[in-house]
Each structure stands twice: as C-alpha cells, then as structure tokens.
Design a protein around this ligand. Structure first.
Ligand code: FAD
Ligand code: SF4
Ligand code: SF4
Length: 1013
C-alpha cells in the first residue's frame, strides 16, 4: 500500500473558532496557535492524563491576558487554563478549552529591590532563571522544587510548590508579597495584604474584587474556628484554597494572594508576582550519610532534623542504582563512593547552612564524631559518610536528587513508574511507620517502585510501576489511589503533600468535609462564577452543576493502547517519554535541546516530538496501515504520484510532524541527557524514511546525503571548486535552488597533497607482518568527510602529533561513515553504507592496531547508529576518538615530549554530542594537557547551532545563529582567539562563519606544545 494521508482527528468547535477569530482582531499581541501539533504539545504534562485543548495562546503582557478574559465574556462556552512549564504531575494544567501559556513570552524579571529584599517577575519566568538573576545580588528565591530548571513561578504559585529545605525556607506561599492577576472576566486585580478594616471597606464596592473580599471575610474570618479545627498541622499546605492563611488572625490581615496561591489556575491567571528574597548563606556543608537500609535512613532522619539541619533528603537504593547508570553519576561519583564490602541501601543528604564559617565547621566536626562511632559500632544503620563544603559539589549532588523522578522512569518493560500517589505528606514523626505500611500495600499488589523524599517535612515520593495500557492495571491504579487516601488519613496526613491535586480533586469533598468544601465553592463563585478557569479542578462554583475531574478520567494510555505493538517497537523511544519535562531545561549552557531553547515552542522539544510521533502512528493505524510492521519499505508510491502529492494542498498531519522533526538539530543531547534516553534523532530518521514514501524529498536532503560521495571528488580539485564557491552569485544560486547557505570551502591544498610525502599508505599485508613492538607504535587514522575534505589541517596536525610522540600514523582510505544519510532518513542507504564500512573496519581491526577518528561525532556514529542498524552484523571493531587514544599514550612518552609548563589557560569548548555521549571527555582532555603542563579551562557551553549541516540550511540559519548566541558567543568572546579550542568540526565552522576566525582542535594546541619542545 502507499502511505496514507492522516487527517487530524479533532477539529476546532465553532464557538472556539469564533472566539479565536475575534481575539485575532482584538489587538491581542501574543501568538494564537491552533494547529493540531500545537494543541497536542500541551495535551499532556507529567501525569498519566491526556486532554486535547482547542487552542494555545501565548500572551505577551497583562493587557493580552485581560483581552483574553474580556472576550470570553461574550463567549459563554469558552473555557481556559493557564500553563507554565507543564510539569504538573496530576494534570493540573490540562483542559479541553484553551491553554494560556505564559512561559514563552511572559518570562522576565522586572525589578529587583535588594534593599527591601524583594523581586517582581512575570509569572512565566523559570525558577532557576530567576535565581540566576538574583545570585549576583547575594539573594535567592528560596522555595525549591525538583523541576526548578523548567517550572515557572506562575506554576509554583498555583501549586504552592516547595521541596528540599522547606522546613527552613518554607513554601512558595510564604514568599508571595503581592500578585497582579487577571480574572475570568478580564478584570485585573492587585492583591497585597490588607488590614481587616481596609478589606471590609473595600468589600463594599461593586467590582469583582469587592465581591471576592466579601466572601473571603465571610469564609476565612467568620468560619476560622472550623477551619483551624479541620486542617492538620503539617509543613505542607492542603491545596484547595488556603482558607487558614488568607486571614492572619494575629495581625488581623486579609491576604487574597494566599487564596490564589495553590489554586491551580482555577481562580485567576497570575500575570506578575512580587516575591520576598532570602540571603544566600555564605557557608554550606552537605553530609552524605550512607545506610544499610532505607528504613535506617528514615529512622535516623529525625535526629538530623533535631540537630538543626537545614534540610534532610533521603533516597533509597533503587534510585541510587538508577542514578549510577545515568550520565549524572559522572559528576558525583567521587562525592558518594561505595563502602567496601557493604551495600549502601539508603542515603541521607543532610545540609547545614550558616554565615559563620567557624560554627558550621564545629557543628560538622561534632556530627562526624557521632557518625564515625555509628559506622564503627553499626548503630543507626550507618555504614559510612562523606562531607563536602563545596557549593559547586553540593549543587551537583542535588542535581542528581532532582533527576530522581525522571530516573525512576528508566525501567525496562511495559510497566512504567507513574505519578498518582507520589507526594504523600504525613507528620515527620509518623513517616517511617507510614512508609512501612505503604510499602506493604504496594508489595501486596506485587508492584515495583523506588522511593525518595524530604524526610524532614514528612514528604515521600514514590512512583509504582504500572502498565496503564492494560485496562486491569488502570483499574488497579484507581484502587491503590483510594487505598493511599485512606492510609494517609490514618497517619494524619495528605495525599497531595507537594504536587497539587489536579485529577485527584474528586477526593476534595471527603477530605474537606461538606461544610468547608461548600466554602471553597463559594470562594470559586466569587472569583469565577461561570466556571471558566480550569474547570473541574479543586471545586466548582456553588451554583454550578459541572463535575470535578476524576482519577478515572481519560489517560494517555487510552490512546497509546490503540497503537499496534509493531508500531510502538518501531518508535520505541517516542513511546517511553514520560513527560517530566527535563528537556525544557532553560539553562543556556546545558546541551539539552537547543531547538527547544531557541524557539520556546514545545513542539520543538524532545517531549513535543515524541508526543507528535505517538499521535502520528496512532492515526496511521486508524488509516488501516498493516499493523504487523511499520517500515519505509512497505509503502510503494510512484515518483509521479509523490510529485503530485507534494503539490497537493490536502491537509495531512504528517506535515506538522515533519515541521517539528525538521527543527531538530540531531545533536543527540536528548539521547543521553533525558533520564529515559528518548533518542529523537533515532525516531526522526525513521519518520523521514516513511514520510518520503509519500512526498518528494527536497533537493538539500539529497545534497546532504550525497556529501560523502561528492566531497572526495570535489576535494581532488579544491582550487577549481572553491573558485566557484567563493562567488557570491554561486552561493546565492545554491541558496535559491538547493536551500543551502554559507556552503563550506574545501581545504586547499587537499589532504592528499598535504600528506602524500609524510604518511605511510595503508597496506593490509604490510601491517599484518609487523611485529608486536612495531604494532604498538602504529596508529591508523579513520577518515571522516568533514575533517579530511574541509578541515584538512586538523588531520595533517594529527599526523604530525602522532609522529612527534613517536608513532607511525597511517591514513586509512576514506570510507563513507553514513551519518549524513542517517540524519536525513535515507535508512536503506545508510544500512548499505554501514555494512560496507563496518566490513572494512572489521578487517582493519583484525590487525589489532588502534584506529582513531578525528571527528568525535562521526566516531560515535560507529558506536550508536551502526549498532542499532546492524545489530550483531556490526562486528566488534572499535574506533577511538582522539582523546581516548591520547589517554593511552604512556606517561614516559609525554615526559619526553614535555615542554615548559604554561601559566596561561587554554579554553576547551566541547562538541555537545561528544560531551553528552562521553561525559568524562572534557576532564580527560584536561588530563592530557596536564601532561604537557598546560592548564585548560572547561567552558560550559551548550550547542553551537551548526550540528553538521543544520546551520547551512537556509530555513534554519536564523535559528542556528540564535542558538550560537545562547552560550557560544559570550564564551568565545571571553577568551583570546588563540586560546580557544573546539573539538567539533561543526563548532569550529560555526565560529568561523560568525566570528571570522577558526578556533583550533585541541590536538593542534597539543601539537604546538609538543613542537615547542
Ligand atoms: C520530575 C518532577 C519533580 C517534581 N518535583 C516537585 C517538587 O520537588 N516540589 C513541588 O512542589 N513540585 C514538584 N513537581 C510538580 C511541578 O513541577 C510543580 O507543581 C510546579 O510548580 C509546576 O510548575 P509549572 O510551571 O510546570 O506549572 P504547570 O504544570 O504548567 O501548571 C501547574 C498549575 O499551575 C497553573 N498555572 C501555571 N501558571 C499559571 C499562571 N500564570 N496563572 C494561573 N495559574 C497558573 C496551571 O493551570 C496548573 O493548574 C515535580 C514535577 C515533576 C515532573
Ligand atoms: S523527552 Fe525525556 S526529558 Fe523530555 S519529557 Fe520526555 S522523558 Fe522527560
Ligand atoms: S537531537 Fe538535539 S535538537 Fe533534536 S530533539 Fe534531541 S536535543 Fe533537541
């Protein structure tokens, strides 16, 4: 059959379309998106639920938010829900109305007042971005949460987020000084604490804020005794509306912000917030205490809290073991080492903060004495401990802890850890017993799970593994959910101790009791009488017959279970995404998803792309594609038909998927940085291979895929080819016809010319006859198309470096690597290339002489894409990267080559694919340079924006340059040009085209150091 067209399943309803049309003409300055892809990108969060909205709006300012509300007054059926990072674990932001996403444009820090210790921000600012802005002033916004690198302040306010350190730093609500919010009817309200008299006076007005104040006084002041009696005394807030703290009885003050905080977007859209700041403690210490069991860790925690720790965090062995298999462990392996002959089954991370260095040192010394005794005597289950005073190291350990939830998702098989009872809170003194019973409950159902939590606050995180595609297991989830509600009640706690209610809102009436739940509904009526804001969450207005959302509502699995197994297997990485949003990491120096960072468009993130693929394969199945397999070869379409399909204007959701895939740089950061290793380039190639069975390929794809065949020919006459490429008209013609810009210039003289005289040519028989000593002094250079033909001086210098170090370098004949074919989805051709090249490299490998490839990203293709494509046919040849090979050069050789040590540091800017796949590589380069006495700064940069050929594609150039601006531009400007080293060919080319100078490969500076000898 031919590949069918897939029409989006759900079109906009008429009243929403009318609303959006009017909004577009209303002066609304934000973005209005209602493509199926845009809607799907916000149809999930980190919960198990899925709900397709009608549209997504991206407001730019308070006026835009007010316009959204004002216009809704004329459209009774239109509903909406605010959204920030979309990291909710219980579907809080999901809606079938309109999503109002504040994260794209409303993300600025507006004002910092150090003297009065407050900051004013737009609600879409990411929590870590806020703290980056505050750090130079010596302050921070102290409520913490694991998702701090992608969750927004608006989301934190609306879930009253808190986490590590909450005993000392409190919850978000403790730091809200004032809010500017927009009500469902478009009215803008500014809420700051008011004296009771002021509130009473204002409540006499006729606007909505007056109505709200009247209700707040009636509920929070007049029913105060009932409220105090009902609510348990916990460090965590109950989420619902904070009736207790909206009225401060001691100070006789009313604070409406306290109601909005934790309201899960059901009362108002928060536009701006004024937040109090906390000074950063000058001294910190983190004591990592290792235990013989998780229970020992839990039972010991209260003693740490009593000893005035700032925070105590606990993780169990499941989480620890998962962390050990993740890229993150490289940064902390020295800080949490194993104890010989003992098994570490629990870990407490105990933090102490102080502005007095002496006092913190004394406190830690006392604790160390106790812990040493414990470890010696086997008391408290302590088996060892480690202390660190370095803030950088403490940050690294917390990064591991923050990744824990994501890591739990990394389990084999259909049963995946899911969030539904993941944030219970009980009084800390009950925690250990509660956990034992909770474990027994999960064990009874035979479930696997990992546990960690803020033991100081009695909060436990657990995600039992279930396969919700199995209807029986979905039922089990509902059953366990009910059982956990009963269990937390027994221990005087809460089921929603940290992450909010969302779809657990159905438990609200029973938890609050009839009387108080009615008061919540009255509050809702005062703010949003027509139930337009995030309907179904927390409660409904008093007079409304609308229902609450329920744990049993439609889940992502409802859709996933209709996808044939063979389709799931073909796109396995897309299926495994659990939506935790780590790929939205805002940090510009992190390699994680440059396309997501630069566009701030969720479709262009690994999560967005995975979601689109899932829907695409689901729809293909509905269109009747053979459910037993999903491969390009099974679709047959004549060239003529493809040509006609390409010219047709018929709607096809596949085009929307293509757009998202085309935005991907194939940098592969997701494949190692994502906790569950969602490898977008892998499924992107498969998608492209199938998509182009129905449509014509663009010329540039053919150009890229053929680069390895054309480059050797062109490189044999570089002067001639370059003469054309240098011409402006030629570049412009290439851009217009092929869609390719800044076409790279070939190396002249060619590599062949440069090396003809001073390198031995490959001769298998001659090499096979070498004796062991000769073999150990020989190195085989595996060519790649980029360095050999476009950056030949690097290969030439590598040859010289090998010679200087006493080795005999031999250049292997050029064999296509195939990566460009793979990137563009020419998978059948790639398989052929990989088969041929692997056969050659296996033959060479039989010589037992080290092979080295100069460009690491192409070397990595031999390890990853070759293995996935060829399986056992790949053979076991091994190509080293340059640094891997240099690490094996004996110390004595370096000693002979060593020069006068340098005092001026060089700057290493590593290729993102290389440092994410080989996390130790940067430090290893540092080690290599230390052997010639050369200090090296490891510069934190993300992607350079070039990524092979992405930066040369005309329609991506603007984004490519913007990605460079995120982290590379400043890093490159911070060092003298001659000190900058870049490991990637792409990165060197990108710097060259933007800065007009080409940084060198580290091996070239190493050669310079050795040459100086
Ligand atoms: C791996 C993982 C770990 C987590 N760890 C923690 C933790 O340690 N502590 C913790 O508290 N939570 C944690 N969470 C839950 C989640 O990150 C928090 O609830 C966070 O505050 C949500 O922020 P967000 O920007 O992603 O909000 P979203 O998920 O987008 O929205 C959350 C709610 O806030 C509302 N909302 C968002 N912005 C606005 C606005 N401007 N105006 C009105 N309403 C708005 C939405 O309607 C929704 O109801 C974790 C989640 C994950 C996935
Ligand atoms: S792609 Fe990975 S990091 Fe992103 S949401 Fe999915 S699982 Fe999380
Ligand atoms: S390969 Fe790079 S650009 Fe593409 S989705 Fe993964 S991280 Fe993003």
């Amino acid at each position: 059959m031919s590949l069918p067209r897939v029409a989006p399943q759900q079109s906009l309803s008429e009243h929403y379309q009318q609303y959006l049309d009017q909004l577009a003409e209303s002066g609304f300055s934000g973005d209005i998106e209602y493509s199926y892809a845009s809607r799907l990108a916000v149809a999930t969060d980190n919960s198990v639920y899925q709900k397709l909205p009608q549209a997504v709006l991206f407001p730019r300012n308070v006026t835009d938010l007010a316009t959204i509300g004002e216009l809704v007054n004329r459209h009774p059926l239109v509903k909406f829900s605010a959204r920030g990072g979309g990291t909710g674990t219980n579907g809080q932001s999901l809606t079938d109305g309109i999503v109002v996403d504040l994260s794209r444009h409303m993300n600025q820090v507006l004002e910092i007042n150090v003297e009065e210790q407050w900051v004013r921000v737009q609600a879409g600012v990411v929590k870590d971005a806020l703290n980056d802005a505050l750090r130079p002033h010596g302050y921070f916004f102290s409520p913490d949460l694991s998702t701090s690198n992608r969750a927004t302040v608006g989301g934190m306010i609306n879930t009253d987020a808190s986490g590590q350190g909450s005993l000392v730093y409190g919850k978000t609500s403790d730091h809200v000084l004032g809010l500017t919010s927009v009500l469902a009817n478009g009215e803008v309200i500014n809420t700051t604490p008011l004296s009771l008299e002021e509130a009473q006076q204002q409540s006499r007005g006729s606007d909505t804020y007056s109505r709200i104040l009247r209700q707040v006084i009636a509920t929070c002041v007049e029913k105060r005794n009932d409220i105090i009696e009902k609510f348990p005394r916990l460090n965590r807030f109950l989420t619902g509306y904070d009736l207790e703290h909206a009225y401060n009885a001691d100070e006789k003050k009313i604070d409406v912000s306290r109601l909005i905080t934790g309201s899960e977007g059901s009362l108002a859209m928060v536009a701006e917030a004024t937040l109090s700041l906390t000074p950063i403690a000058t001294n910190k210490a983190l004591v990592n205490i290792k235990y013989d069991s998780f229970e020992s860790a839990l039972r010991h925690a209260p003693a740490m809290v009593a000893a005035s720790a700032t925070s105590v965090e606990t993780v169990d062995s499941t989480v620890l073991n998962l962390a050990k298999t993740d890229i993150i462990w490289h940064s902390i392996s020295e800080l949490i080492t194993d104890i010989p002959h003992k098994e570490m089954l629990g870990l407490n991370m105990v933090e102490y903060n102080s502005n007095d260095e002496q006092s913190i040192k004394e406190r830690i010394a006392r604790l160390e004495e106790e812990l040493t005794q414990d470890a010696k005597n086997g008391t408290n289950g302590v088996i060892g401990y480690q202390v660190t005073f370095s803030k950088a190291d403490i940050g690294k350990i917390y990064a591991m802890r923050k990744k824990a939830v994501g890591l739990l998702g990394k389990t084999e098989g259909a049963q995946k850890p899911i969030a539904f009872a993941e944030d219970t809170a009980v009084p800390p003194e009950n925690l250990a017993d509660f956990i034992l019973e909770f474990r027994a409950l999960l064990d009874t159902h035979g479930l696997h799970y990992g546990m960690f939590g803020h033991v100081d606050a009695g909060v436990l995180h657990v995600r039992p593994a279930l396969d919700l595609c199995d209807p029986e297991q979905e039922k089990l989830m509902h059953q366990i959910s009910d059982e956990v509600v009963a269990l937390v009640a027994k221990y005087g706690g809460l089921m929603w101790g940290e992450h909010g209610k969302g779809y657990r809102s159905e438990y609200g009436p029973a938890f609050f009791g009839d009387m108080l739940f009615k008061e919540l509904r009255k509050i809702k009526s005062a703010f949003d009488p027509h139930n337009k804001m995030n309907p179904g969450k927390i409660c409904t207005p008093l007079d409304s017959s609308d229902t609450l959302v329920k744990v049993s509502d439609t889940k992502r699995a409802t859709y996933d279970r209709t996808i044939p197994v063979a389709f799931k297997d073909a796109f396995a990485p897309a299926m495994s995404c659990n939506g935790n949003g780590l790929c939205f990491n805002y940090e510009t120096t992190s390699p994680m998803c440059p396309s997501s960072k630069v566009t701030r468009d969720r479709r262009h993130s690994p999560k967005g792309r995975a979601g689109l693929i899932r829907e695409w394969i689901r729809l293909l199945a509905k269109e009747g594609v053979d459910s037993t397999s999903l491969r390009a070869e099974q679709f047959k379409t004549s060239l003529w038909q493809r040509f006609k399909n390409s010219r047709s204007s018929e709607e096809d959701f596949s085009h929307e998927v293509l757009e998202a895939m085309n935005g991907c740089l194939a940098c592969k950061s997701c494949s190692s940085q994502c906790p569950v290793k969602v490898d977008v380039p892998e499924f992107r190639s498969t998608f492209l291979s199938i998509y182009y069975q129905r449509y014509m390929r663009p010329m540039k794809d053919h150009l890229v895929a053929n680069i390895e065949r054309m480059a050797p020919l062109m490189a044999s006459v570089p002067t001639f080819v370059n003469m054309f490429l240098h011409r402006r008209w030629m570049q412009s013609a290439i851009e217009k016809t092929v869609g390719y810009v800044d076409t790279p210039i070939l190396s002249s003289p060619s590599l062949k010319k440069r090396l003809d005289k001073n390198v031995t040519h490959y001769d298998y028989d001659a090499l096979a006859s070498l004796n062991d000593t000769e073999r150990s002094k020989t190195v085989l250079i595996v060519q790649d198309p980029f360095t050999s033909f476009y950056d030949a001086s690097v290969v030439e210098d590598f040859v010289s470096l090998c010679t200087q170090l006493g080795y005999n370098p031999i250049l292997l004949p050029f064999k296509p690597n195939g990566k460009p074919e793979h990137v563009k989805g020419f998978l059948a051709r790639f398989a052929k290339t990989a088969t041929d090249t692997a056969a050659f490299l296996n033959e060479v490998a039989s010589l037992s002489i080290p092979m080295v490839g100069v460009d690491a990203s192409l070397v990595l293709c031999y390890r990853d894409e070759y293995t996935k494509t060829l399986g056992s046919q790949r053979g076991d040849f091994f190509v080293n990267t340059v640094h891997e090979w240099l690490l094996g050069v004996p110390d004595t050789t370096w000693e002979q080559a060593a020069t006068t040590p340098s005092t001026k540091a060089l700057a290493l800017l590593s290729h993102c694919s290389e440092k994410t796949a080989l996390p130790a590589s940067e430090k290893q380069w540092q080690t290599i340079f230390s052997k010639v006495g050369q200090p090296v700064d490891l510069v934190a940069v993300g992607c350079c924006g070039m990524a092979g050929t992405y930066g040369h594609e005309a329609d991506q150039k603007e984004k490519s340059l913007a990605i460079y601006g995120l982290s590379w531009e400043a890093a490159v400007k911070a060092y003298p040009q001659d000190a900058i080293m870049a490991t990637g060919y792409s990165c060197r080319s990108q710097v060259a085209r933007i800065e007009k100078f080409k940084p060198r490969h580290p091996l070239q500076l190493l050669l310079a150091a050795v040459d100086n000898n």
